[in-house]
Design a protein around this ligand. Sequence first.
Ligand SMILES: C[S@@+](CC[C@H](N)C(=O)[O-])C[C@H]1O[C@@H](n2cnc3c(N)ncnc32)[C@H](O)[C@@H]1O
Length: 259
Amino acid sequence: MSESVKFDRAAEYYDETRGYPPGADTAVSALIAQAGRFAPHSSILEVGIGTGRVSLPLAPHVGSITGIDLSRPMMGKLRKKQNGEPIMLVEGDATRLPFAAQQFDGAVASHIFHLIPAWQQALAEVGRVLKPGAALISIWADEHNTFATLWDAWNRVVPHNPERVAGVDWRKQPNFIQDAGWQPMGDKLQHRYERTITPGTFMDQVRRRVWSMCWRFSDDDMAVGIPAMEAAIAEHYGSMDTIIHLDARIYVQAYLPPA
Ligand SMILES: C[S@@+](CC[C@H](N)C(=O)[O-])C[C@H]1O[C@@H](n2cnc3c(N)ncnc32)[C@H](O)[C@@H]1O
């Protein structure tokens, strides 16, 4: 039984809260194809494909995509958006990939390894199914720390704050893929974008527990953590409606498996 964080409960709101900003899907897909040297015939694997946020716009760059995910409802959302893109879906666990060795011309992973306790095993599995010379493309966004002062306020009052992530904590171990023996291939590519957010929107998302780290919070945690965040908002931002401009980036880096 996997202890990974399955996203069934997020399927209904995931796209609304995690969607790429306008235009970013096209730009990021081109960067992924460039980083991985993907070609129109390439057969690509996405581990933790979710609702297809990454793979649907990537599909025009490659021959086919196979997506694996623990969550049938998340993949159901992808199916509803799919419009002829050659994407095959498999319900399964990234730590035990049901694929032959050296099968894929590339792999893609976005916001997944922090959800998998056995993340090293998942990485090893990706390495096993890649053809020689094929790369894993890791994609991540850097805007998540925008409200770090508010999480600091939360952490000061919530006792025994549960570990925020089930798998690798990429804030503490940002080079976790390299630490597992993978070699960067080419430069880290980035797509820069601007967007606005208000503290009120952020608090609404905390209350709705939209991020998986919030699923571990008890009602008692919420009862003391939320007022602490609201006080920090009054102190740092003045109002719930203050518009905050984010200068954010999506990063794309290719890695070759350990020899
Ligand atoms: C945060 S979502 C990311 C989805 C997509 N990659 C994206 O960037 O939008 C993480 C997805 O990984 C799935 N997941 C978590 N652990 C997994 C595992 N061990 N094997 C396969 N999928 C997993 C979840 O069910 C969820 O759909």
